[in-house]
Design a protein. Structure first.
Length: 369
């Protein structure tokens, strides 16, 4: 079996009411997919993180990475990962190059699973049959205050979610403290609650928020600070009882390793479409396990991303929760012929070969750019 083509697919959705996180508004939902074809007729689909970078990712994939793959065996995943990484290491060890490598790596695992007739998570050595999803939402929305946020979160409880995450970092810290208190008051003590600042704060502000959250029984405080300041991130984790989670924006095991070893994170949140694909996300998870840390796979993009992150998450013994984004996004809910949804309080990949999903090509054409 050899690779015969590597095709980028660029998709974009414009929400009617764009959400805003701790850093900025998110005007579009961009999805970058890669389809890898082989001489045996087996193809694979992968995804790379693409916020605002669709065209650049397509160029990198076509002009830089595709020549490294054509004629190679798609089953040699480790060899191809290193081939891509080492050939772009002088300029591409972070950022959108890793997103492109991530998409290709995920597609290769999809091919391997289809070739073997097994789900990817089983090929990786299945550790979990399912994971507990937390409803990831609570964005800042135009015209929404604390009552609207409380109603939103109660809706997730009614849907059966046992855990919820809301955004912080996009308002004065006292206002965010009130948001967290209001949600905790609304959902009660039996629903786990996480918060996510998207790297928005400096150390004093993050510490103030963390100290306030110690009274609210917070499951985790995600990405409180910029990863440009690892010493401060470690200092924050050492000076609060709240578990610090992150940082999906740290790419590859090399970036994540420093934060794990420094104890700058208590919970590791790797994302296969950011950090280097399923291959690298699982490496990150195993390093985390070596240091006694839990892993919560990150997810904020399309259904392909969810399948990939569940696949590596279900292969690790040190996972329990899984992010499940719920903002308006047909590229999550309509992109595949069948969607992974919560059932009986858990989510799991389909028991089908590869990632277990197939693209809905009508949706692809509707949102292709």
């Amino acid at each position: 079996m050899i690779i015969t083509d590597v095709k980028p697919i660029k998709l974009q959705f414009w929400p009617k009411n764009p959400p805003r996180d701790g850093l900025a508004a998110i005007p579009t939902r961009d999805v970058f997919l890669v389809q890898i074809e082989t001489d045996e007729g087996i193809s694979g689909i992968g995804e790379g993180f693409a916020l605002g970078s669709l065209e650049s990712l397509a160029v990198l994939t076509t002009e830089t990475l595709r020549p490294l793959l054509i004629g190679q065996s798609p089953l040699m995943i480790e060899a191809l990962w290193n081939r891509m990484y080492l050939n772009t290491a002088r300029y591409g060890r972070r950022g959108i190059m890793m997103a492109a490598i991530s998409a290709i790596d995920i597609a290769l695992w999809d091919i391997l699973g289809k070739k073997a007739g097994m789900p990817v998570y089983q090929l990786l050595g299945a550790a979990k049959d399912s994971l507990i999803p937390y409803a990831s939402a609570g964005y800042y929305m135009e015209g929404n205050g604390i009552p609207e946020l409380q109603a939103e979160c109660l809706g997730y409880v009614d849907m059966g979610f046992k855990a919820i995450k809301i955004k912080v970092g996009g308002a004065p810290v006292e206002e965010d403290i009130a948001r967290v208190h209001g949600v905790r008051e609304a959902i009660g003590p039996n629903i786990a609650l996480g918060i996510d600042a998207n790297n928005a704060w400096d150390y004093p502000t993050a510490l103030k928020m963390a100290r306030a959250c110690e009274k609210e029984d917070i499951l985790f405080f995600e990405e409180p600070m910029s990863t440009d300041f690892p010493e401060d991130c470690a200092r924050l984790a050492a000076h609060t009882d709240v578990s610090i989670a992150g940082y999906e924006t740290l790419l590859t095991r090399y970036g994540m390793k420093d934060f794990i070893v420094r104890n700058a994170v208590d919970i590791v949140q790797a994302d296969a479409i950011w950090t280097g694909g399923i291959t690298e996300a699982r490496r990150v998870g195993m390093i985390a396990g070596t240091w006694g840390k839990k892993v919560i796979p990150h997810f904020s993009a399309s259904m392909v991303s969810l399948a990939a992150n569940l696949s590596f998450g279900q292969s690790l013994y040190n996972t329990e929760y899984m992010e499940y984004t719920l903002d308006e996004n047909p590229l999550r809910s309509e992109l595949c012929t069948e969607s992974i949804v919560m059932k009986d309080g858990v989510v799991r990949v389909f028991d089908k070969p590869g990632l277990g999903i197939e693209l809905n090509w009508d949706t692809v054409e509707r949102y292709r750019v």
